[in-house]
Design a protein around this ligand. Structure first.
Ligand SMILES: Nc1nc2c(c(=O)[nH]1)N[C@H]1C(S)=C(S)[C@@H](COP(=O)(O)OP(=O)(O)OC[C@H]3O[C@@H](n4cnc5c(=O)[nH]c(N)nc54)[C@H](O)[C@@H]3O)O[C@H]1N2
Ligand SMILES: Nc1nc2c(c(=O)[nH]1)N[C@H]1C(S)=C(S)[C@@H](COP(=O)(O)OP(=O)(O)OC[C@H]3O[C@@H](n4cnc5c(=O)[nH]c(N)nc54)[C@H](O)[C@@H]3O)O[C@H]1N2
Ligand SMILES: [Mo]
Length: 655
């Protein structure tokens, strides 16, 4: 493999790919690539391993799983994965068969998209959203809690096209993102307060009689209950909580009440806090109130992955057994060993838990438990592999089959290996099939068996398209007009503004106050950066992380550009560099998501500061509820407890 670039098959990505994937050969062949199985050879966490054969490694894993099952039951095994970049074959296929057959603990995959998914499901049954191409038709575009310049670049040309045709752009984000800097209106909202902002907008729309009551009567339920919940949120009250000038909120209402077509690109930034689900619900209520639907470029876009109607479970061989469900955000607590039965075997794959899940220090403690047997199955030597008892090398998308589907773009496609596996790397399906055979609960499967099985679970035209290597559109087509070509997939095909399923837990649209305290007044967010995909490619980041801090907050603490600082709270302490900039709102700090431990001076990352609290409706992660203080570190005492734990970043590599 010498070069990775855009291919012609998928219309909206046919022209270009992002810079980080263009560097994929560094991931494929770089020094971090895992080439063969390894078995721990030294104290836990020391990072010393010896080479092993697949036979030896697999026999050991099977033996330890069997022993745990015999002594403590299947639930003492915890499979841990998220699968954000995995498709229908490398995720929830033979792995799911194996875990089900063994009766292991089940995992609630909540580290991402749980609040947005809960909101979009309850209100619209995950109705497909406005296609990126149709943004070119919009006159008003509201980018809400998303930073597509880094996290979803294929929408950007259409935003540009719309702007050139005179469209108005609004960005709602505590940071001045690249799009915010070009926007007609930028609202630097306090993290976690979007619920209040959207309710205040809705209240204003009702007060001004800018609501389409005829549309609501025909296509929505719960409008009056929703309206009642907006009542307290005057512009002034909302301004005080969101840290926005009331006049700026009013300006947004002016635009939203009058301009058509209008579209909201709702992102994931606003979900990662205690109010996540209800914030997304209130935002998704807005296009219904004004009936922004019915025209190309009108409505909203959330995740589009449900458009194909593939539930991800239809090719499973057996029904799910009712074993316990473990919320993945609680990994630290779970590994503390207090559950019954305790977790004795942890199997991590498609995931880099130590740097992507909340409460990093607690997770590390758990991983250090001598009686815990940990398998980490990955492509590269991640920070999590350091705590493994057995490391298994995995193939990448260039070396295995998969069926991938966009959650922005409307394309489902076959992923086909183009090179032989590097070293002794193996695909997930092969490894999980072999484990099932060794444990006597299934049969070995090669990749084409799984491919055919998964394809058989698709509709005939979809399966044919996949096999012919075309970009397969969803049944609604690639440019659906909302409320025309697609309707809510709720029981009555209506928009549920006050979904009863969620109201059971109490009054909906109730703002839960900021978790800031006198000790930890600053909100730390950790959004996607253009250098990594979550933590994937994090090994290639050689610079010390820079903390974004507003000049006023910096001055108050005697911090200047380039200073070494510590960002801390009761659960973590991150030593990095300060970047003083008015690109971030007052009272807010930002560190990139997905950093490896090598990117800070002391090996802790934003995830050490992120609480393991759960969003109330979905159990979703609350990374952006981290509240912290920051101080300048005087001198070069970086407080490194154990330098053998990580390769510290070097200040001379900063740029
Ligand atoms: N380059 C790159 N691309 C990625 C990823 C990556 O890591 N790197 N990750 C992928 C994944 S897994 C996901 S889920 C998506 C996520 O992609 P996005 O939806 O863009 O989500 P985030 O990057 O978490 O946050 C988006 C923006 O929300 C802002 N924000 C933070 N808190 C709040 C808040 O409370 N309210 C509002 N209004 N804004 C807030 C942040 O400043 C940020 O600019 O991106 C995907 N694409
Ligand atoms: N602080 C903070 N943390 C966050 C977030 C945040 O906003 N702030 N966002 C969260 C979000 S949105 C997400 S989606 C999660 C993602 O967190 P993770 O699920 O941990 O995803 P990645 O960091 O991309 O790590 C995926 C790993 O799987 C490996 N891998 C890829 N394909 C395969 C395969 O086929 N087989 C095997 N065996 N391994 C494979 C890759 O090499 C990589 O090391 O992170 C979350 N973490
Ligand atoms: Mo994500």
């Amino acid at each position: 493999m010498v070069k990775v670039d855009a291919g012609p098959a998928s219309p909206s990505t046919g022209m270009f790919i992002c810079g980080k994937v263009r560097r994929f050969t560094d991931h494929l062949y770089g020094e971090h690539r895992l080439l063969y199985p390894e078995i721990r050879d030294g104290a836990k966490g020391l990072g010393r391993f010896r080479r092993a054969t697949w036979e030896e490694a697999m026999a050991l894993i099977a033996e330890r799983m069997q022993a745990a099952r015999d002594e403590f039951g299947g639930e003492s095994i915890l499979p841990y994965s998220y699968g954000g970049s995995n498709g229908l074959i490398t995720h929830l296929s033979t792995d799911a068969d194996l875990w089900r057959a063994l009766g292991t603990s089940r995992l609630a995959r909540t580290v991402c998209a749980a609040p947005t998914g809960t909101a979009a499901q309850a209100m619209y049954g995950k109705m497909p959203g406005v296609a990126y191409e149709d943004y070119a038709n919009a006159r008003l575009i509201v980018v809400w809690g998303a930073n597509p310049s880094a996290s979803g670049i294929h929408i950007v040309p259409f935003l540009k096209q719309a702007r050139e045709a005179g469209a108005t752009l609004v960005v709602i984000d505590p940071r001045a993102t690249p799009l915010a800097r070009q926007a007609d209106l930028h609202l630097p909202v306090r993290p976690g307060t979007d619920l209040v902002l959207a309710l205040a907008m809705a209240r204003e729309l009702f007060v001004r009689d800018a609501v389409d009551h005829t549309f609501l009567a025909a296509h929505a339920s719960g409008a009056e209950q929703f309206r009642a919940r907006t009542e307290p949120w005057t512009l002034d009250r909302a301004g005080a909580i969101t840290a926005l000038p009331p006049a700026a909120i009013a300006k947004l209402v002016d635009l939203y009440a009058t301009m058509r077509p209008s579209v909201v690109r709702c992102g994931w930034g606003l979900e990662r806090n205690r109010n996540g689900t209800e914030a997304v619900m209130a935002v998704l209520a807005l296009p219904a109130l004004v009936n922004a639907f019915g025209v190309p470029g009108g409505g909203y876009t959330m995740s589009n992955s449900a458009a194909w109607g593939i539930d991800g479970e239809r090719w499973r061989r057996e029904p799910e057994t009712a074993t316990r469900i473990v919320n993945m955000n609680r990994l630290g607590e779970v590994l503390a060993g207090t559950m019954t039965p305790p977790v004795k075997v942890l199997f991590v794959y498609n995931n880099n838990a130590l740097v992507t899940s909340p409460d990093q220090n607690r997770i590390q403690k758990g991983l250090e438990r001598e009686d815990l047997f940990t398998v980490v199955f990955d492509q590269v030597r991640t920070d999590t592999t350091r705590y493994a008892d057995v490391i298994l090398p995995a193939t990448t998308f260039l070396e295995h089959y998969d069926i991938a589907r966009g959650y922005g773009n409307y394309a489902l496609q076959l992923v086909k290996p183009v090179i032989e596996p590097v070293g002794e790397a193996r695909p997930n399906v092969v490894v999980f099939g072999e484990l099932a055979a060794r444990l006597g609960v299934g049969t070995e499967e090669d990749e084409t068996d799984t491919l055919l099985r998964v394809a058989a679970g698709l509709s005939e035209p979809m399966a044919a398209g996949v096999m012919e290597q075309r970009a397969v559109p969803p049944p609604c087509g690639v440019r659906p007009v909302q409320m025309v070509d697609v309707l809510p997939r709720t029981s009555d095909a209506k928009i549920h503004l006050y979904p009863e399923s969620l109201a059971k837990a109490g009054l909906l649209y109730s703002y839960e106050a900021d978790p800031a305290s006198a000790l930890y007044p600053l909100a730390l967010i950790s959004p996607a950066s253009e250098k990594t995909v979550s933590s994937t490619f994090g090994q290639l980041r050689r610079n010390v992380a820079r903390l974004q801090i507003h000049p006023d907050d910096a001055e108050l603490r005697g911090i200047t550009e380039g200073d070494t600082v510590r960002v801390f709270n009761a659960i973590g302490d991150v030593h990095c560099l300060a970047h003083v900039t008015s690109d971030i709102a007052r009272g807010v700090l930002s560190l990139p998501k997905g950093l490896w431990r090598q990117s800070t001076f002391n090996g802790e990352t934003a995830n050490a500061l992120a609480p393991a609290t759960l969003e109330r409706h979905s159990g979703g992660a609350c990374f952006n509820d981290a509240r912290v203080e920051v101080a300048k570190i005087v001198g070069a005492a970086f407080g490194i407890a154990d330098v053998s734990l990580f390769v510290p970043a070097r200040p001379d590599e900063v740029h």
